[in-house]
Design a protein around this ligand. Structure first.
Ligand SMILES: [Zn+2]
Length: 480
């Protein structure tokens, strides 16, 4: 599928001026007081951290659907706001390596880096050593093969861990079979990553076993590796056997989907999304997820309300709008993956995805511009989308659009880390709106009292203006 988007500068500049007063009028529906009232409820303890497949997520999904109904957002085929799907969660119970008479145990002699489809049994043969830079710049070379990467300690531990993550992710993307990472400073890495690994070993999630590639990633200290794996020869007798066992459970969840339809000639759909699930609770600690991604979800709710009110008041749209509260994003972008594999509207007719995740706080970088907004992905598939967003900002929002993370090789890898990626993967132009990672990210302390309401409201309005501009212009982002 190839989408060709036509962008006519003269058309948009005259149209935006003509539509200025209407867009501004209906943008008033998006206001601080309503965002605050909704988000205070949505991120309250009553929704138990909204973990996909659990009661709290179901309550939050029902809240969003009820609000869609209240604001006159249309249902799919007039019948439902819910797109139900199942996913699996796995808990790894043991992992070990047998070699000659020795038995190496995970979390002691080596570390199993949690991945959904770890093989039950795998034979590790003679090491195939590759330099980190070569590994990161190879794709086809890696596919189906087993690699050992020696990662030398960086001066900066944070940088070292970023590289480690980059290597692991690249191994999956390039469909390597195995990545054996060997490091000299295993203790310092362990102290940083242990919690994360243990948490995700309890919770590896996937839509189904079949959709995942088998991938094994192991971390060794230099000493242990050289003692056992480094000396392996290719003969079958001389190999190591990796084993693992796990338990699996199926959960049900739902994406919440609403429509505002355009005029009778409209053929294309603008998808505006945010994930409404979060991390649930651990013991009696609730992860409220006010910023992540309560802000995005309540943002799309009020954008939907504003567009719907405009339509009720006679404003005509040349494109349709689809508003999606995605579920199971925190489990690995599962809701958007399910939606793009089973779309309510064919992807060929989906001209863009505007995705919002965490727009209510300031991140840990020191910004000169307090009204910054990270824009990610806008020019990667189609510059027309980039231009519309830019013009909407000039015309209405006057934010500082910050493109520092708009890069597929950025170590943070944000381009791959929220739901827009599943649309981008299908060649649909996307924008990921984001304000960065703060100190309460993925902690119980991501609570509503820390939201910065003025900038949050401003950004929500900006996304509304961008959606409005695309929706009111038949020639912008038209699919051929
Ligand atoms: Zn998020």
């Amino acid at each position: 599928m190839k989408s060709i988007c036509i962008f006519i500068l003269s058309l948009i500049s005259t149209q935006t001026i003509a539509q200025d007063s209407l867009a501004r009028q209906f943008s008033q529906i998006i206001n601080k007081e309503d965002l605050k009232a909704h988000l205070t409820k949505f991120s309250s303890d009553a929704f138990e951290g909204r973990e996909a497949g659990r009661l709290g997520q179901r309550l939050a999904g029902t809240y969003l659907a009820n609000m869609f109904e209240k604001y006159g957002i249309e249902k799919y085929k007039d019948s439902t706001y819910f797109q139900r799907f199942s996913f699996e969660e796995k808990r790894i119970s043991s992992a070990y390596i047998k070699i000659d008479s020795a038995e190496l145990k995970s979390n002691k002699d080596f570390y199993l880096i949690p991945r959904y489809r770890v093989p039950k049994k795998h034979t590790i043969g003679k090491p195939n050593v590759i330099k980190p830079e070569v590994f990161l710049n190879s794709d086809s070379l890696l596919e189906g093969k087993e690699w050992t990467v020696y990662l030398e300690m960086d001066k900066n531990l944070e940088e070292h861990i970023r590289k480690l993550r980059l290597i692991l992710r690249h191994g999956i993307r390039a469909k390597a079979k195995t990545t054996l990472l060997v490091v000299s400073n295993i203790d310092s890495i362990k102290s940083i990553l242990k919690d994360e690994w243990e948490h995700s070993q309890n919770q590896l999630s996937s839509l189904s076993e079949k959709t995942e590639n088998e991938y094994l990633a192991l971390l060794f200290s230099k000493e242990q590796y050289q003692k056992y794996i480094g000396k392996l020869k290719s003969s079958k007798k001389d190999s190591a056997s990796f084993y693992t066992t796990w338990n699996k459970k199926t959960f049900y969840t739902e994406n919440i989907i609403g429509f505002v339809h355009g005029n009778k000639y409209a053929n294309e759909y603008i998808v505006i999304s945010a994930h409404y699930d979060h991390m649930g609770k651990k013991g009696n600690q609730i992860y409220n997820g006010a910023d992540d991604d309560g802000t995005g979800t309540m943002g799309i709710l009020l954008i939907a309300k504003a567009i719907s009110e405009a339509k009720k008041n006679g404003v005509v749209f040349d494109k349709h709008f689809v508003f999606i509260g995605m579920s199971a994003e925190e489990k690995g972008l599962l809701g958007s993956r399910y939606y793009t594999e089973n779309p309510f509207i064919p992807l060929e007719r989906t001209c863009t995805n505007l995705n919002i995740d965490m727009i209510g706080r300031t991140d840990m970088l020191k910004h000169e511009k307090t009204n910054y907004l990270y824009i990610i992905g806008s020019n990667m598939i189609d510059t027309a989308l980039h231009n519309v967003n830019h013009l909407a900002n000039e015309q209405y929002s006057k934010l500082y659009l910050d493109y520092r993370f708009n890069n597929t090789s950025d170590p943070n890898q944000f381009y791959y880390r929220s739901d827009h990626y599943n649309f981008a993967k299908n060649n649909i132009p996307v924008i990921f709106y984001f304000r960065g990672v703060h100190e309460d990210y993925h902690k119980p302390s991501d609570t509503v009292d820390k939201i910065e309401w003025d900038i949050y409201t401003k950004i929500t309005k900006h996304i509304f203006y961008t959606a409005w501009t695309i929706g009111r212009s038949p020639k912008i982002l038209s699919i051929d």
